[in-house]
Design a protein. Structure first.
Length: 484
């Protein structure tokens, strides 16, 4: 990329610096939408299997699809992809709503024998936690974006009922059918259906959904049942009820240990029950758990020590949900801080976010700017997109703002542009120094605009703002740089 030097002093320099800061801040407020859409678009171009209308599991370091099994991801990553598209549709409905809708129905390919299998390959095992995840994702898509698509509501019940029908005497649900009768109380297979029921209770006249959600909440958060740790206020993976007692160990397994995606939906369940009942006990308890999550995984200014699909995106979503319930900016500030670090440091040389299952190279507190990946996992990208776009939704402001008079005075064309951009102010050619800022608020070009044209051929495709001074007035305009 070519840079030219900006050299002049005094008040004019100070004014231009103020102009650039204003443009950067205005644009930086929306960097989340731009960054989130960028990764969604990469998913749509690099990971999409058009023949199946589904997304593949991974690509290699040359961005070629690695064909696995049936040419589509497992249903767990597919659920994260559905969530990412939902947030895309919420911040940019024109661009993503139809893709969300078609993808939600395309998930029918995972259905086998009246439930969602782990894969589209025939004979793939069903998992209770997978059904809980995809069922909840379909319910969210239905309620938040596609409320007239009752078919999505019905499909969400497939995953929900598969879990509810497996409840034992203590309402415990295991991860796999082979574990039925073990007395296993698996976090994802119990908390997510409870949250699902709390969402249905918002509009349903049938009291059973709220009753299920409330009863599950009491069981999940009863520390004597061992799922929730009474000292840390975090949720373990699973517990067992055997011989009249609860334990983390059973059948040669140990359910101890925390991942953020186990505690965060429990917090969201508490928030929804607070909204449904008005009982502040739920909000107080959710506050305790949310603070415990921040203590465990979050370091201000240094990201999140958790993997994307084991709670990275769930943490951000929970924090923004909390902010929207109690309006405490502490939660939103933390969510933005996590996403800021992810955008600034988490992307590798190809522009992709962490996708590894390993804490050593998959968490959201790593500097990955100089990494060239050997392969890229779809699920990690979908989680990053969901988290970033969730923050975009909560901090939505018009892109590239300026005052109305300046907006009318400034003009540029062609837009989108490929090579050279022509700039005008009050219908007169712009002369002198201009500055270009990218979607992340970073200055990428400072140059003269000879003959009122600016060479932008070296800029990467994306959305930019260009700023200049005209008669002491700071003018800014947004343009789109497209590929040649």
């Amino acid at each position: 990329m070519r840079f030219s030097t900006l050299i002049f002093g005094g008040p004019r320099l100070a004014l231009l610096a103020s102009c650039l800061l204003t443009a950067s801040v205005a644009f930086g407020q929306n960097k989340y939408q731009v960054a989130g859409e960028a990764i969604l678009d990469k998913l749509n171009t690099k990971f999409y299997n058009a023949s199946k209308q589904l997304y593949v599991e991974q690509i290699d370091g040359n961005e070629h699809i690695i064909v696995e099994r049936g040419g589509a991801s497992y249903v767990w990553p597919a659920s994260h992809m559905l969530r990412a598209l939902r947030y895309g549709a919420l911040v940019n409905p024109t661009k993503y709503t139809e893709r969300l809708k078609s993808y939600a129905y395309a998930l029918d390919q995972y259905q086998q024998n009246g439930k969602y299998a782990s894969d589209i390959v025939r004979g793939a095992d069903p998992l209770y936690d997978d059904n809980a995840i995809v069922g909840l994702a379909l319910m969210d898509a239905y309620q938040q974006v596609l409320p007239t698509e009752t078919g999505l509501f019905d499909r969400s019940l497939i995953g929900l009922n598969y879990c509810l029908n497996a409840r034992d005497a203590n309402w415990g649900v295991p991860q796999k059918e082979a574990e039925l009768g073990w007395g296993k109380f698996y976090s994802q297979a119990t908390i997510l259906p409870a949250l699902h029921c709390a969402l249905i209770a918002k509009n349903s006249t049938d009291p059973k959904y709220l009753d299920i959600a409330k009863r599950y909440y009491e069981s999940i958060n009863n520390v004597s049942w061992k799922l929730r740790d009474g000292s840390t206020n975090l949720v373990n993976q699973f517990s067992f009820y055997n011989n009249g007692a609860w334990s983390l160990a059973g059948h040669g397994e140990n359910g101890g240990g925390y991942r953020a995606y186990q505690t965060t939906p429990d917090i969201q369940l508490g928030l929804r029950l607070y909204q449904r009942t008005g009982d502040s006990r739920y909000l107080d308890d959710a506050t305790v758990m949310a603070n415990a999550c921040l203590k465990q995984w979050y370091t201000p200014g240094h990201g999140l020590s958790e993997i994307s699909f084991w709670g990275g995106s769930d943490m951000v979503e929970m924090l923004v949900d909390f902010y929207e319930v109690d309006h405490n900016t502490k939660w939103l500030d933390a969510a933005r801080n996590i996403v800021d670090y992810l955008i600034d440091y988490g992307r590798d040389q190809l522009g992709y976010y962490p996708g590894s299952y390993s804490d050593a190279d998959g968490t959201w507190n790593l500097d990955r700017r100089y990494l060239f990946p050997a392969s890229v996992q779809m699920m990690g990208q979908a989680c990053a997109a969901a988290a970033i776009l969730r923050v975009a939704q909560a901090t939505a402001t018009p892109l590239g703002t300026t005052n109305s008079a300046a907006a009318k005075a400034a003009d540029l064309f062609p837009n989108p542009v490929t090579n050279r951009l022509t700039l005008q102010a009050n219908r007169k050619p712009v002369a002198g120094k201009v500055t270009v800022v990218n979607a992340l608020g970073q200055t990428v070009l400072v140059a003269n605009a000879p003959n009122a044209t600016l060479d932008v051929s070296t800029l990467a495709p994306g959305v930019y703002t260009v700023s200049w001074l005209d008669g002491g007035q700071c003018l800014t305009k947004r343009f789109v740089k497209q590929a040649e």
